[in-house]
Design a binder for this molecule. Structure first.
Ligand code: ZN
Length: 336
């Protein structure tokens, strides 16, 4: 594109009128402006996870959260590989104890140290309660240590409130996928979460086939598992790690748009996070803007141009960080 010739400026001002540029700017509840978010979580790192789950996710460009019992892992290389693909390796204690009469602090802190030592790229951000047994003291401990979220096992079928809105992040409910879960049960959960616009967390254990005899608990056959992933894909939801989804939601609920200034061709605002909900681990939030001419908007944060997705002629989307400087939307008056 050529430089904009300054002699055209008066003409542009006449054509664009004299009011200032006031686009409608909003932060969307889920990344990429998807209708809902789905976290796939896999407990106990059983043989089907590296052999079946990780490659099937990779084929579909999906990521998941694996909850690791650290003393049961004999080879950490497959976990490092899974983490390198964007999967989250999360804390499921050192030995999977019941919480009564044990030192859960050692169980939790020891497992976190082990995971972070064996997988240097992985910061442990979430936890899964062994047997789903959450206690107030464990929750207080996780909160104090800066965990983003912890997952329980309460089945959402009996509890209508399994979306992230208003729920306890440190005891997030989940839908257990069992051997007897039908594809229509699965699709029903997805249709529900898409309708209510919340978060759905699936809890898996074993996934098996003829060569991978993974029958540790609640085993799901490989072929059904693949159909479930394809069904999930067809719903066009945000499939992210548990830490990313809950982190996004926490940050979203604490961030507001604050206008700084506007002129004829530009609008400046910032994303102001009222509390440091992620303790300095800010993740980008997706912003949607309604404009007259979506093709001709440049978005910058701190002078750096951000990638923009044109959704339709009147709408753009982009990701920007809260509390990381002003965001400027500029109209390009002419293209040559
Ligand atoms: Zn477990």
């Amino acid at each position: 594109m050529m430089r904009f010739p300054l002699w055209l400026l008066p003409l542009t001002m006449v054509l664009s009128g004299c009011h200032s540029f006031e686009p409608k700017v909003e932060i969307v509840p889920w990344k990429g402006d998807k209708k809902a978010a789905v976290a796939l979580t896999f407990d106990d790192w059983t043989p089907g996870h590296p052999a079946i789950v990780v490659p099937e996710l990779q084929k579909r460009g999906m990521v998941a959260t694996f909850n690791i019992i650290t003393t049961t892992v004999k080879d950490w290389e497959p976990l490092r590989h899974a983490a390198s693909l964007g999967n989250e390796m999360a804390n499921h204690t050192a030995t999977h104890p019941h919480p009564h009469g044990i030192s859960f602090i050692e169980e939790i802190s020891g497992a976190k140290e082990k995971i972070e030592a064996e997988i240097p790229t992985q910061k442990v951000l979430t936890f899964a309660y062994p047997y789903g047994e959450a206690t107030d003291s464990m929750k207080a401990y996780l909160n104090e240590k800066g965990y983003v979220a912890a997952r329980g096992t309460s089945t959402p079928m009996t509890d209508p409130d399994f979306t992230a809105d208003g729920q306890d992040y440190l005891d997030t409910k989940s839908y257990s996928v069992m051997s007897e879960t039908t594809l229509s049960d699965y699709a029903e959960q997805l249709a529900h979460v898409k309708r209510v616009g919340g978060m759905l967390t699936f809890l898996y254990h074993s996934v098996f086939n003829d060569s991978i005899r993974d029958f540790s608990y609640a085993w799901v056959v490989d072929s059904i598992f693949q159909q479930q992933l394809d069904t999930l894909n067809s719903f066009d939801l945000w499939v992210g790690t548990f830490a990313d989804i809950v982190g996004y939601h926490q940050q979203y609920t604490h961030t507001k748009i604050e206008k700084i200034e506007s002129s004829k061709n530009s609008f400046v605002f910032r994303l102001k996070e009222s509390q440091d909900s992620l303790q300095n681990r800010s993740c980008p939030l997706t912003v949607t803007v309604n404009v007259d001419d979506a093709e001709n908007i440049i978005v910058e944060q701190n002078g750096v141009t951000l990638p923009v997705k044109v959704v339709n002629p009147q709408q753009i989307l982009f990701d920007a960080h809260p509390n990381k400087g002003n965001i400027t939307l500029t109209k390009i008056p002419f293209k040559f």
